[in-house]
Design a protein around this ligand. Structure first.
Ligand code: FE2
Length: 387
C-alpha cells in the first residue's frame, strides 16, 4: 500500500520501550517486504510472535499441470467449479506460471479452525459473490460483491462469509502487487489522471486483539507446500501498528473509466501492476464518440503476454456466448479479437455495462488439470462462425 496507515496503540518512537499498564513489555515486530527495502509495518504484540510450539504436518498444494506449453485459446466455465466447505480446499488453481497462480474458489464455510498465511505470494481476491469480513492480524475489512482484497504476503488471515454462496477469483502473485506507478507522483500520491484515488482504497479500521495462550493452528504456505504450525499465542494479538504494509480493499465499482473518441487500449483499464503481470478492470462506461468509431476492440496480437479475462457481469460486447463466471485464455503468440459479428454489432452503441477483470501475464501460463475439468475444448475455433 503506497500510503501510511496507523491503527491502535503505538509508542511515540519506533524501537523504544513500550509497556502495558501492568509494566510488562509489548513486543515489537518489523513486518517488511523485499528485505528492508519494501513496504513495512511496525506492529506491537501482546506476546512474542515467534512462539512455534509444533509443526504437525506438511503437504503439497502445488497444481497438477495438464498442458505445460500451450497455444490453444480456452474458455473455462468458472461457475462449474464445485463449492467446498473449507476455504483452502476450495481454492482450485486453473492457470499458473512461475510468477502467479490464477485460482477459482467457491468456499461454503468461514475459516474457523485455523488461521492462514501465504508466505509465497501476495493475494488479490476478487469477490464475485458473497459478503463477509476479512479478519487479519493487522485489522479487519468488510467485503462485498465487486471488492478486490489485497493481502500482502505474510498477513495472517481468516475469511468470514455471511452465507454459503461465495465465488472468488484469486490471483496469487510471487511479485509484490502495487497500484500502477504511472498513476503516482514521486512521493506515491495518486495523480489526477488516475482512475481512482486514495479515498477509494479502504484500509483496516477494526483491530481484534486477543491476549491468549494455548494452541493456535496457522496453515502457512511456502514453496507450494502448506505447513500446519501450532503457535503458543493467539495470532491476532496486535495492539497497534503503523507503516505501509497492510491489507486493503478496493471496489471495482469505484474504478472511474477513461474513455475517448476512438477505442482506448487496455492500459486505460489498469488497476494493479507487478513486474510479471497487470490487472485491469473493465467497467460500465460510455463508448467511443468519434462519428465513425468502432467500439469493439480491434484484433490484436498479444505476442508476448497471455491474456486472461474473468467475466463478472453485464453483456460482453466483443464475445459471443460468454457468461458471468467464464474465463477466457488467449495465449501469447497468436492474434485474437472480437467474435464474428461482434464488431458490426458494436457500431452505433453508446455504452456498455460489461464488468470484467483481466490478468495479462508476461510469461506463458500453464493449464492445470483443474482447468481441464471446466474447459471448453472447442472455444479456440469460435472465431470461425457465429456459433
Ligand atoms: Fe484481448
Amino acid at each position: 500500500m503506497p500510503f501510511y496507515h496507523k491503527l491502535g496503540k503505538i509508542p511515540p518512537k519506533r524501537h523504544t520501550q513500550f509497556k502495558k499498564p501492568n509494566g510488562d513489555f509489548y513486543y515489537e515486530q518489523l513486518f517488511g517486504t523485499i528485505g528492508f527495502d519494501g513496504m513495512s509495518t511496525n506492529s506491537y504484540h501482546e506476546q512474542r510472535p515467534t512462539q512455534v510450539k509444533d509443526i504437525i504436518k506438511q503437504y503439497s498444494v502445488a497444481p497438477k499441470i495438464a498442458k505445460v506449453n500451450n497455444m490453444q485459446s480456452y474458455r473455462l466455465h468458472g461457475f462449474k467449479t464445485k463449492p467446498e466447505n473449507d476455504y483452502l480446499e476450495s481454492r482450485k488453481i486453473v492457470l499458473t506460471n512461475s510468477d502467479c497462480h490464477i485460482i477459482l474458489a467457491a468456499p461454503k464455510e468461514s475459516t474457523k479452525d485455523y488461521f492462514y498465511k501465504n508466505t509465497d505470494a501476495d493475494e488479490l481476491i476478487f469477490i464475485h459473490k458473497g459478503t463477509g469480513k476479512l479478519r487479519t492480524h493487522l485489522g479487519n475489512l468488510d467485503f462485498k460483491y465487486g471488492d478486490y482484497l489485497l493481502i500482502p504476503r505474510g498477513v495472517i488471515y481468516k475469511l468470514d462469509f455471511d452465507t454459503e454462496d461465495n465465488r472468488l477469483f484469486i490471483v496469487e502473485s510471487r511479485r509484490p502487487i502495487y497500484t500502477p506507478k504511472r498513476y503516482r507522483n514521486w512521493f506515491g500520491q495518486l495523480l489526477e489522471h488516475s482512475p481512482f484515488c486514495e479515498r477509494d482504497l479502504r484500509q483496516p479500521q477494526e483491530l481484534e486483539t486477543y491476549n491468549e495462550s494455548g494452541e493456535f493452528l496457522i496453515k502457512i504456505k511456502k514453496q507450494g507446500d502448506i505447513f500446519d504450525m501450532v503457535y503458543a499465542s493467539h495470532p491476532f494479538d496486535v495492539v497497534g501498528y503503523d507503516g505501509y504494509n497492510y491489507p486493503y480493499a478496493f471496489s471495482i465499482h469505484d474504478f472511474e473509466p477513461i474513455t475517448g473518441r476512438v477505442h482506448q487500449p487496455p492500459p486505460v483499464h489498469q488497476t494493479f501492476e507487478t513486474d510479471a503481470f497487470v490487472v485491469c478492470s473493465f467497467v460500465p462506461r460510455l463508448y467511443d464518440y468519434h462519428p465513425l468509431a468502432v467500439p469493439a476492440p480491434y484484433n490484436h496480437s498479444n505476442i508476448d503476454s497471455d491474456e486472461v479475462l474473468y467475466y463478472v457481469d453485464g453483456d460482453f460486447m466483443s464475445r459471443n456466448d460468454i457468461a458471468a463466471g467464464h474465463i477466457s485464455l488467449h495465449p501469447a503468440g497468436i492474434p485474437h479479437g472480437p467474435h464474428p459479428g461482434a464488431m458490426e454489432r458494436s457500431i452505433g452503441k453508446v455504452k456498455t455495462d460489461e464488468l470484467a477483470v483481466m490478468v495479462d501475464t508476461f510469461k506463458p501460463l500453464q493449464v492445470t488439470e483443474e482447468a481441464m475439468k471446466i474447459a471448453d475444448e472447442d472455444y479456440y475455433k469460435s472465431w470461425l462462425s457465429l456459433s
